[in-house]
Structures are given as structure tokens and as C-alpha cells.
Design a protein around this ligand. Structure first.
Ligand code: NAP
Length: 325
């Protein structure tokens, strides 16, 4: 199986290469594409080195699976050429996620949607993925009525330039470029551009994508916040259900849910946080507790953390690719 990574030199692209190797993806050939700037660079794949090529409209010829992670405008321009040439594109950007003829897939939740792809499968937003992995088993049991959540998103969510900016500002406070204001020693309630309704595009993505993946039209409102953490997105999630669901029932359900690790023991000060989830593929859930402001055990609070470069991006994409082999 011939595989390629488009955006191979980026934060997610590099992680995709690592994850393909770690999971021993059954590939016979790996090609790497990026912009002209990176053409000729060599990236390691195990004990081999692969030369990065400039992305062209014809780069998809002979490719079976193309993992795209070079931003939405590149996906919009190039993915249709790859699909026309016979590759299945698994796209990490927001370009096609809400298209009605493109499945939006988290394998633990809706792998059955892969079946109706017509050349492009979308990989969801890096906060939508952990949210639905944790909430899908609870939704099956009690039906989600409404979600109120705030996200605490690391700088790697803004790509390599976000990582470099926080590193630099920890040495000396340089002018912000990747973010709208200083990110070191600060938090910024703004990710992606603002929409006319006062939400940001990032917030709108999480809202729409969670409903599309879970095939349900519950109420959901999000505030997305950038925090000075290198890797790992956290989410404080309040969920109201159609049927009662106790803290104990939720812990039992999540304890046996695919892809979820419950880490919730306040007596032992055990709860997930970004530093401990870095490099892991599971979605970590802690601080599970009843929301007593809603009578009758109809609401819960959860704290969800996952590595945004892995389960939030690269690992989820490779898991989709594995379903195609
Ligand atoms: N970071 C995350 O946590 C995360 C999570 C989920 C989804 N995503 C999505 O994944 C995509 C990539 O994000 P990232 O964080 O990896 O960004 P990044 O670190 O900025 O990497 C961008 C990649 O795109 C390539 N690229 C830029 N312009 C190009 C062009 N004209 N032709 C071909 N390649 C080009 C870059 O190549 P050069 O090195 O040559 O410039 C680089 O490899 C975005 O759509 C993002 O929304 C990111």
C-alpha cells in the first residue's frame, strides 16, 4: 500500500510519520510532500531517510492513501486531484469536515461512516475528537441534551509556529505573531478568527463537528481558550442528559469504553493534565462528578485531556487509514 503525508514537515505531519512507524502501518512506500520551501529536506522514517518533495497537482498518482495536514486552503486545492487519481484522502484540515458527502470520522465512535466516502474522509477538530470519544458511550446510555464546555488548548494546536513562539517568549518577551497577544504567562480567549455571531471559528467547528460525529442535534456551546502549554488540549465539560446518569454509572461506562482512560481519584490527587497525556493515544477523563445544580442526576461535569498532535490529529488519521487496509 502506497502512502503519502502532505504537510510532512509540520507539527502534525511529523507526528503522522512517527505514528505510521510505531503502529507498523502496512505500507510498501511512503512519500512526503510539503511546500517548495522544504523541497529536498530529508526526514527520518525508522532507519531510512525520505526526501520531501514539493506538492504538485499530480503528486497523488499511484498513491493509495494520502494523509493531508497542510491547512485547509491546500486541502481544498489539492485533495480533489488526489481523489481523482484514485487515492483515498484522509484530511486533517477543516476544508471538508462539514460537507454532506464527506464522512467525519472518529474510529471509536462512527467507523461505519467510512463506508460512504467518495475519495475524501475528514479527520475532526483536535478538541472535537476527545470530546466525542468520552461522551459517545454516555450519549448511548442517557442521550445528550446539552453540552457547555470550555477548552484549554496548547500552542502546538497552532502548529510549529505556535511551539516556536512560546519557546521564544519563555526566554524573552518577543512580539506575538502566531497569537494575537503574548502567550507566555498568559491565557488567550481566542482561537481562529471571529465570526459575526461573536463565536470564533474554532468554537463553531467543535459545536458542528461534535453533532455530526454523534449523529445528534443536542444543544452545545463552547468557549475555546489558548494556554501556554506545549502539547495537550484540556476540556472542562458540563453535560446534561435526557435520562438520569449517576457519577458511578458514568465512571463504570467510561472505565470500559474504547480509547478512554478514567483517571479520577481525588483522595490520591489523581486527575489527568496535559503533561502526563503527551505521547499517549488515549483520551483521559477525570474530575467526573454530578452537577448538583440540575436536580435528579441529569447532569455531570467532566475534565477531558488528550494529546492534540496524536489522538487529536495524527493517530486518529492513521486509525482511519487502518480501517481502509
Ligand atoms: N496542530 C494540531 O494540533 C492540529 C490538530 C488537528 C488538525 N490540525 C490541522 O492540521 C493542519 C496542519 O497543522 P500543523 O499544526 O501541522 O501546522 P504546521 O506545523 O504549520 O505545518 C504546516 C504544514 O503544511 C505545509 N505547507 C504549507 N504550505 C504548503 C504548500 N503551499 N504546499 C504544500 N505544503 C504546504 C508546511 O510545509 P513547509 O514546512 O514547507 O512550510 C508544513 O508541512 C492544519 O489544517 C490544522 O488545522 C492541526
Amino acid at each position: 500500500m502506497k502512502v503519502c503525508v502532505v504537510g510532512a514537515t509540520g507539527a502534525v505531519g511529523r507526528k503522522m510519520i512517527e505514528v505510521l512507524l510505531e503502529r507498523e502501518f502496512p505500507l510498501t512506500e511512503l512519500s512526503l510532500f510539503a511546500s517548495e520551501r522544504s523541497s529536498g529536506k530529508r526526514l527520518a522514517f525508522g532507519d531510512k531517510e525520505i526526501t520531501v518533495q514539493k506538492l504538485e497537482h499530480t503528486s497523488g498518482k499511484g498513491i493509495d492513501i494520502a494523509l493531508f495536514s497542510a491547512g485547509a486552503s491546500i486541502s481544498r486545492e489539492f485533495a480533489p486531484y488526489f481523489a481523482k487519481d484514485g487515492a483515498v484522502v484522509i484530511d486533517n484540515s477543516s476544508a471538508f469536515r462539514m460537507d454532506t458527502d464527506v464522512p467525519l470520522v472518529v474510529p471509536e465512535v462512527n467507523s461505519e461512516d467510512i463506508a460512504w466516502h467518495s475519495g475524501i474522509i475528514a479527520n475532526p477538530n483536535c478538541c472535537a475528537i476527545p470530546m466525542v470519544v468520552a461522551l459517545s458511550p454516555l450519549h448511548k446510555k442517557a442521550g445528550i441534551k446539552r453540552i457547555v464546555a470550555s477548552t484549554y488548548q496548547s500552542v502546538s494546536g497552532a502548529g510549529q509556529k505556535g511551539i516556536e513562539e512560546l519557546k521564544a517568549q519563555l526566554q524573552e518577551i518577543i512580539q506575538p505573531k502566531a497569537f494575537s497577544c503574548q502567550i507566555a504567562f498568559n491565557i488567550v480567549p481566542h482561537i481562529d478568527s471571529f465570526l459575526e455571531n461573536g463565536y470564533t471559528k474554532e468554537e463553531a467547528k467543535i459545536i458542528e463537528e461534535a453533532k455530526k460525529i454523534l449523529h445528534s442535534d443536542f444543544g452545545i456551546t463552547i468557549t475555546a481558550v489558548r494556554v501556554p502549554v506545549f502539547v495537550g488540549h484540556s476540556e472542562s465539560v458540563n453535560v446534561e442528559f435526557d435520562k438520569p446518569l449517576t457519577e458511578k454509572e458514568a465512571k463504570d461506562i467510561l472505565g470500559s469504553a474504547e480509547g478512554v482512560v478514567v483517571m479520577d481519584d481525588p483522595d490520591q490527587l489523581k486527575y489527568p493534565y496535559p503533561l502526563m497525556t503527551e505521547g499517549r493515544d488515549e483520551v483521559f477523563v477525570g474530575r467526573i462528578r454530578q452537577d448538583f445544580s440540575v436536580p435528579g442526576n441529569y447532569a455531570l461535569n467532566l475534565w477531558i485531556v488528550a494529546d492534540n498532535l496524536r489522538k487529536g490529529a495524527a493517530t486518529n488519521a492513521v486509525q482511519i487509514a487502518e480501517k481502509l487496509t
